[in-house]
Design a protein around this ligand. Structure first.
Ligand code: PAF
Length: 287
């Protein structure tokens, strides 16, 4: 398709407008890809899944303040609306929903969605507002856009588990699709937050994927003790100065309960603070 023929992405910011547009899509299937913007190839991969699966795709960009606790990186969360729109147009997205904070949380907003159990582990321990904020905004977006399909990346493994649980428990008529974590050629998990890293910090951040690869190798060689694997991951990451480990979890991929031994399908998930960014990464090992 030539640049001249490329279809424009319609950008709407009010609930009335997005409802009117999505109402007109009701004859076909509608996919939603919720994002906080600063789109990278991980997002593009999700959006392409939706474009392939659904007749229409709505992408939302909203930096959701309710999923940040005070002192976290809300104020420095990267954004580039013009760049994002260009990317959306280049792959043929119909509509971008880009609401402002007052539209989503008008004066008097009082509701929170709380998913129990799985939110007590991993990121939920150190980021108390995160999953309440995520579940609330995602349910709100589902109610506003009313998609039949929604797409989320496995980089945010726990977030996906929370959204799947909420969707099941509340009988929400949306099929949740998972897409694999996408890495940069050097192994760094793609994240909008990577743009806040200096060149030196970015190099240190490679210790996350390096430690996961090393664990995979160790498990292949028969080392299955979580304690030993955790110790090994810790030494690889802390060998880089200025890295601050939040958690190293070796757990069941569904319940997110810690495992003492890598037996069967196991999730290794990490969160590490490097400079201004808190980075997460994960991999599945075992059968
Ligand atoms: O993964 C994200 O970008 C956000 O947590 C989401 C799902 C868009 C909710 O704000």
């Amino acid at each position: 398709m030539t640049a001249e023929l490329k279809q424009k992405t319609v950008v709407v910011s009010t609930i009335e407008e997005i409802k009117k547009i999505t109402e007109a899509f009701r004859g076909g299937t509608l996919g939603l890809v919720p994002t906080m913007g600063y789109l990278h190839n991980g997002h593009i991969n999700l959006i392409k899944q939706s474009l392939k699966k659904c007749d229409h795709t709505v992408v939302s960009i909203f930096i959701n303040p309710r999923q940040f606790s005070s002192g976290e990186d809300l104020d420095i969360y990267p954004s580039n609306l013009a760049g994002d729109i260009e990317k959306l147009e280049s792959i043929g997205v119909d509509v971008l929903f880009y609401p402002n904070r007052d539209t989503i949380y008008p004066e008097g907003f009082k509701t929170n969605i709380q998913v129990d159990g799985i939110t007590q582990h991993l990121c939920g321990k150190s980021r108390p507002e995160l999953f309440k904020g995520v579940a609330t905004i995602v349910l709100k977006l589902f109610n506003i856009v009313r998609p039949q399909h929604a797409f989320f990346g496995e980089k945010d493994w726990q977030q996906l588990a929370v959204i799947e649980t909420m969707t099941r428990d509340l009988n929400i008529d949306v099929k949740i699709h998972r897409a694999p974590l996408i890495r940069e050629p050097d192994g760094l998990a793609m994240s909008s937050r990577n743009s806040n890293l200096s060149t030196g910090e970015r190099k240190k951040a490679l210790s996350l994927s390096r430690s996961l690869n090393d664990s995979k190798e160790k498990v292949k060689k028969g080392i299955t003790s979580s304690k030993q694997l955790r110790q090994n991951i810790k030494s690889i990451i802390t060998a880089e100065s200025g890295t601050q480990i939040d958690y190293i979890s070796i757990c069941d991929p569904i319940s997110l309960e810690e495992k003492e031994e890598v037996k069967g399908r196991t999730l290794i998930a990490l969160a590490v603070k490097i400079g201004p960014a808190r980075l997460i990464d994960n991999c599945i090992i075992g059968d």
